[in-house]
Design a binder for this molecule. Sequence first.
Ligand SMILES: *Cc1c(COP(=O)(O)O)cnc(C)c1O
Length: 361
Amino acid sequence: MWPFGLVNLTDTQEGHAVSHTPNYTFASDNTSGLHPEVMRALVEANEYRCASYGEDKITAQAADAFRELFECNCDVYFVFTGTAANSLALASLCQSYHSVITHELSHVETDECGAPEFFSNGTKLLTTPGLLGKIDPAAIEHAVNRRHDIHYPKPRAVTFSCPTELGTVYRPDEIEAISQVARRHGLRVHMDGARFANAVAALGVSAADLTWRAGVDVLSFGGTKLGSMASEAVVFFSRELGEEFAYRCKQAGQLASKMRFLTAPWPVLLRDGRWLQIASHANQMARRLRAGLEMISGVNLLYPTEANAVFARLPERAHKVLREAGWRYYLFIGDGARFMCSWSTQPEEVDALLKDIRSAI
Ligand SMILES: *Cc1c(COP(=O)(O)O)cnc(C)c1O
């Protein structure tokens, strides 16, 4: 990956001739472009001058759209990446001597290069195991009760991803169970919703039911994987927890001066359930892929397909054939190959992948 500009060299270094143009359709949901409605909103936002640093009308509209969606007077901030959203949110919940309980496979633990620890000046992540990528309330209890002395970083928050890194989705009652343990021990609750839309679309519940009504204090709500350019909302359901958060964003280099380009897509996406239609499409493509894979002998499906990810174990040699055919996907998350669908995934592309997997096996 680094330095930029060596993509093709990397391909040949791995010893495979590059016979096809690399196809990133299923590599991640951030390999797709901007949703046309996002693009339209950005073009529109480009047609005038306005106040900077979020003091503009569009940003106010975006924040109001979140308040309407969540049916509460939440406090909303916008940052460029999910890593920033998660780590700044967690930093705002903790002092440096605190700890945050999280699943061992969570993005904050495995994919943020220590940013949560960095932005909180040392708050330690305490990892716990749990089935299907989900944090187990009993494991939270265990992490809290393991030690109570001054030599152990004091647990102060719990964070979990919904959907999880393994594509599973927590139901509101499961989140409620996490929150109850958290409340009992004075922990704040943060949800990493990089794919929050896919979770809400999958469950058919309200955004409020999946968050603050189930005890979530702070949510990182992902716009990028949904189809935006670089926009993640940090939503504080307890306003006092968000106090001074704007300073934290600014200090971390996350306060956009041309804020309207982060915020203009949101009112459009949140209007009339557009965000849910987009996420439902991605989820549906994942279900189509799963149904196809279930028909291929030699493929082992790994976890329930509840959102837009499909995990499967394929015979080792199939990966080489698929790679030569151009397909790119991750092999280091979970136990097998991860195929991710997005707003832009087309049924014909799912069928083309299935056809190539069939012939590779
Ligand atoms: C993509 C993702 C993020 C955000 O990642 P960035 O690359 O920092 O934008 C956070 N959490 C999860 C679970 C993700 O999949």
